[in-house]
Design a protein around this ligand. Structure first.
Ligand SMILES: Cc1cc2nc3c(=O)[nH]c(=O)nc-3n(C[C@H](O)[C@H](O)[C@H](O)COP(=O)(O)OP(=O)(O)OC[C@H]3O[C@@H](n4cnc5c(N)ncnc54)[C@H](O)[C@@H]3O)c2cc1C
Length: 276
């Protein structure tokens, strides 16, 4: 049967109008210009893909015929209607300040560009596109994120009912990397410092009420898998009430991570089918 085709996403060009370090490890890029007319308030929390050539240039017009750009995924953290700009918060990881030649094997396209981006620089991107929704008619909630998903987490928190009960677990390199979160009174924030313990161990240490529990988790690949297995197997939470997504993987660029994600999702589907 013919599959419904996704509409092709055409690149938009945005111009850097601001670049500031908002916490020790988070860069906030403000982007405006012609391409920003495709964004609105609804874009906050949606994702875009920055485009680069294989040698790290943002001038994708130099791409050889038929060669696809390198893509890096980020969440829109805000939209400023008066200025018609968007903001994107980029976690500064260990490759960010690496000098020298950039190659598809080493990667670091987005973080290395973000560290150096200056007002007037132009970036091409595709999107915005929405991320999957989480069930909000649950009684209890568990939301888990690391630095890369802090923006997405803020978007999900805004959708929770006022009387939401549960936990938010956020992994950050330092306490100073924590951004303000809108939490209702009965939601407890647990901060995990990356160098002190793993995010999954932090989740396992929680006293979870699994009755009518909805789970949203976005973080590093291996951590996500450990948390997914703990929640759906050990804690037997209904998979339909859960959303798990890996945003990056240790030692692997986004291109390699994409392949592993696909394999993981196929293996999971098989596992679920066998269990039926
Ligand atoms: C839907 C979605 C939304 C996302 N939103 C955001 C966002 O808003 N902000 C954000 O910062 N990230 C976000 N990410 C994660 C981001 O796409 C990845 O971190 C991406 O790999 C960064 O690209 P890069 O070119 O800097 O590094 P890559 O070339 O992809 O990787 C190079 C090396 O850096 C390592 N690396 C990559 N990211 C990290 C990291 N965060 N910490 C430590 N090491 C890392 C890799 O393991 C690899 O060894 C999102 C991902 C998804 C799927």
């Amino acid at each position: 049967m013919a599959q419904a085709m996704r509409p092709k996403m055409s690149p938009k060009q945005l111009t850097v109008v601001g670049n500031e370090l908002i916490t020790p490890n988070m860069i906030r890029l403000t982007l405006g210009g012609e391409g920003s007319q495709h964004f609105s308030q609804e874009s906050a929390g949606q994702y875009v893909k920055f485009l680069f050539t294989a040698d790290g240039s943002t001038d994708i017009s130099t791409l050889p015929e038929g060669q696809k750009p390198m893509m890096r995924t980020f969440t829109v953290s805000g939209y400023q209607p008066d200025a018609s700009t968007i903001t994107i918060d980029v976690a500064k990881h260990e490759l960010a300040e690496l000098d020298g030649v950039i190659t598809p094997d080493i990667g670091g396209y987005a973080s290395r560009w973000a560290v150096k981006a200056q007002v007037g620089d132009v970036i091409s991107l595709v999107g915005p596109r929405p991320i999957q929704a989480m069930p909000v008619d649950a009684e209890h909630f568990l939301l888990v994120a690391d630095m890369t998903a802090q923006t997405a987490l803020q978007g999900k928190l805004a959708l929770l009912p006022d009387n939401a009960k549960g936990h938010v677990v956020l992994d950050v390199p330092t306490k100073a990397d924590l951004q303000p979160l809108a939490l209702s009174e009965s939601v407890e924030l647990v901060v995990n410092i990356s160098s002190e313990s793993s995010l999954s161990n932090c989740v396992k240490a929680l006293e979870l009420n699994t009755e009518n529990l909805a789970v949203w988790c976005a973080c590093e690949f291996s951590e996500m898998r450990t948390i997914r297995s703990y929640i759906t197997s050990d804690k037997a939470v209904d998979r339909k009430m859960c959303y798990f997504s890996s945003y990056w993987k240790h030692g692997v660029t986004e291109d390699g991570h994409k392949v592993l994600k696909r394999e993981d999702s196929m293996a999971l589907e098989e596992q679920v089918a066998k269990a039926k």
